[in-house]
Design a protein around this ligand. Structure first.
Ligand code: F6R
Length: 358
C-alpha cells in the first residue's frame, strides 16, 4: 500500500535505506559477518567465468556486478542483455556459472536464456531476484533474494539498489573465501552507504529544484560518467526517459567526443557524475568539452572531490559502493521532472512491470 504517498515510486525510493539495512541483516551470520549460502559460494568458486544475464535496470546492476566480482573476487565476468544472448551466444568458457538478475523473476527474455543454458546445455544457474518462487527462481539451481519488498512502480528503484548491494556481498564473500585480503569491511561500508542514501532522500527539495532548473523545458538530456559512474549514468538516463519521456542517453565521458557531442546545443542538460577519484580529472575535462559547446552542466560529485560550481555533492562512500548513493539523486531528479511534466509516474505509457513476452 502506498499509504500517504502520492506515488509508489516515491515510497519505494524512500524505502531504499531500509532495504540496504535489511539486506545487511539477511546476509549476516551469527558472528555478525557477511555470508551467503554455502552451495552458492561453492558454485561461484568452481566457475572459471560468470555470465550475468539481465534486461533494463537489472542489466545496469549487472554491469556493476561485473566490477565487483572481478575486483573483489578475481573471477572474470561477462554481462549480456538477455534478448541478445539467446540468439547470438558468445563462446563459453569451460566452467561457466550463469547469473540471472531479475527483479520480477518473470522476464521472458531472461527465462529464454535460462532454458537454453541450463536445460539444453546443462550449465549451472543462479537467480538474483526480489520474488521468491518466481519462474527464474524456481528454474535455476540457486537463488539469492533481494529482500526489497514488493516493487509496484513500473520504474525500478529500490530493486536496483538491492541488486547492487547483494552483488557486492556475493563478490566480497566469494573473494574472502578465495583468500583475497580487503582493506575495508564491506558490512560497515554498506551501512555508511545506507546512511548516504538517507541523506539523499532528505534532500529532495534540492533535487526537485535541479529537475526544474535543468529539465522543465528540455527536449533531451545526457548523463555522463567514467567507470562505475558510467554505469550509473546509463541507469539515470533510463529512469528519466521511461517516466518523463525526455530523450536521454547515458555515455562514457570519454566517448561523447567521438560523435555524440554533435548533439550538444545551447542549454542541453548534461548530468555528470564525479565519484571515482582516479578518473575525476578526466570526467571534469569531458564536462569542459560539453560546456564549451553550450551545455548546461549539472555536476554531481562526491564529498572530498567537490569543486566550486558543482551543483550537488553526495556524502563520502566507499569507491566501489558509490552507485548505491549516486543513483538516488538521479532517480529523484527523474521523478520530479516527470511530475513537472504531468506524466503518470507509476504507470508510464507503453510499459509493463514485468515483460513476459520475448
Ligand atoms: C526499468 C525497468 C525495466 C526492468 C526490466 C527487467 O525501470 O523496470 O528496465 O528493469 O524490464 O525487469 P526484471 O528485473 O523484472 O527482469
Amino acid at each position: 500500500e502506498k499509504g500517504t504517498y502520492p506515488h509508489y515510486m516515491l515510497k519505494e525510493m524512500d524505502e531504499q535505506p531500509s532495504v540496504v539495512r535489511k539486506i545487511i541483516q539477511e546476509y549476516s551470520n551469527g558472528d555478525d559477518e557477511l555470508t551467503i549460502d554455502d552451495n552458492i559460494l561453492e558454485a561461484l568458486k568452481q566457475a572459471d567465468r560468470l555470465y550475468i544475464i539481465a534486461a533494463g535496470t537489472s542489466y545496469h546492476a549487472g554491469l556493476i556486478g561485473k566490477q565487483y566480482f572481478e575486483k573483489m573476487a578475481g573471477i572474470p565476468v561477462e554481462v549480456h542483455i538477455s534478448s541478445e544472448f539467446g540468439y547470438n551466444m558468445p563462446l563459453l568458457s569451460e566452467k561457466p556459472l550463469f547469473i540471472f538478475i531479475s527483479q520480477s523473476g518473470e522476464t521472458a527474455d531472461s527465462r529464454q536464456v535460462l532454458v537454453k543454458v541450463k536445460e539444453e546445455m546443462g550449465h549451472p544457474a543462479l537467480t538474483i531476484t526480489n520474488v521468491p518462487g518466481s519462474t527464474l527462481s524456481r528454474e535455476a539451481d540457486y537463488t539469492l533474494l533481494l529482500h526489497a519488498g514488493p516493487e509496484i512502480a513500473v520504474a525500478s528503484t529500490k530493486a536496483y539498489v538491492a541488486q547492487v548491494a547483494v552483488l557486492s556481498i556475493a563478490a566480497y564473500v566469494a573473494g574472502k573465501s578465495l583468500g583475497k585480503e580487503f582493506d575495508f569491511d564491506l558490512k560497515q561500508e554498506l551501512g555508511i552507504a545506507a546512511n548516504g542514501i538517507q541523506t539523499m532522500i532528505d534532500r529532495k527539495d534540492e533535487l526537485e529544484q535541479i529537475a526544474e532548473d535543468y529539465l522543465k523545458i528540455a527536449r533531451n538530456a545526457f548523463f555522463i560518467g567514467r567507470n562505475l559512474d558510467f554505469y550509473v549514468s546509463l541507469e539515470g538516463a533510463l529512469k528519466l526517459k521511461e517516466i518523463s519521456y525526455i530523450q536521454a542517453e547515458g555515455f562514457a565521458g570519454g566517448e561523447l567526443k567521438h560523435g555524440t557531442i554533435a548533439l550538444i546545443e545551447d542549454g542541453t542538460p548534461v548530468f555528470a557524475l564525479v565519484t571515482q577519484e582516479h578518473v575525476s580529472l578526466n570526467i571534469r575535462g569531458n564536462v569542459k568539452e560539453v560546456v564549451a559547446r553550450g551545455a548546461d552542466a549539472c555536476i554531481i560529485s562526491m564529498q572530498g572531490m567537490e569543486e566550486e560550481g558543482d551543483r550537488f555533492v553526495i556524502p563520502t562512500t566507499h569507491p566501489l559502493l558509490t552507485p548505491l548513493v549516486s543513483v538516488v539523486p538521479l532517480q529523484l531528479i527523474s521523478y520530479y521532472a516527470a511530475l513537472h511534466r504531468r506524466c503518470d509516474v507509476d504507470k508510464p505509457r507503453n510499459l509493463a512491470k514485468s515483460v513476459t513476452v520475448e
